[in-house]
Design a protein around this ligand. Structure first.
Ligand code: ATP
Length: 138
């Protein structure tokens, strides 16, 4: 049975193809999905999402959202999602530095929490971009 992976944000369909396996960062831990998985709905945390197709693993950076699993389909509703080759590393590095500086300044608890979330998104993007460079994937 084929497994279709759809990664969707409010802005666009980021990815829609048949794949062999999906690995996603759910709030309950990393979930691995093969065809015929039992139906499931879970919260996603900021992190790396991978799919495997023809033995090749492809990473995406996602900043949180939901995953819905059906036996023949995985739908990711993400706040933001980028394919590794879409990530602007210089932008992510600047976002990382900005977030770290705001965390150091600690203007307010709310500001600190927001900066922490920005830092997490930036670190995921940097990690996914690094993976792509190391593997020489697209
Ligand atoms: P920045 O401060 O650089 O905008 P951010 O974490 O605040 O970073 P988001 O609000 O998470 O950005 O995302 C806004 C939009 O920009 C989304 O469409 C997201 O996919 C895209 N985006 C954010 N950072 C990058 C990046 N480094 N490379 C490519 N696209 C990015």
């Amino acid at each position: 049975m084929p497994l279709r992976l759809e990664i969707v944000t409010a802005e666009r369909v980021v990815f829609s193809e048949e794949v062999d396996m999906v690995s996603a960062p759910s709030a309950d831990g990393r979930v691995g999905v093969l065809p015929r998985h039992e139906p499931m709905l879970a919260l996603l945390l900021p992190g790396e999402l991978h799919y495997v197709k023809n033995g090749v693993s492809m990473p995406f950076a996602i900043s949180g959202g939901f995953i819905e699993v059906l036996p023949d389909r995985v739908t990711i509703l993400a706040d933001t999602a980028e394919r590794a080759d879409e990530i602007d590393e210089a932008r992510a590095e600047a976002a990382r530095q900005r977030a770290e500086e705001r965390m150091r300044q600690r203007h307010s608890e709310e500001d600190f929490i927001r900066a922490e979330a920005e830092l997490r998104r930036a670190l995921v993007r940097l990690q996914v971009a690094r993976l792509r460079r190391e593997r020489g994937s697209r």
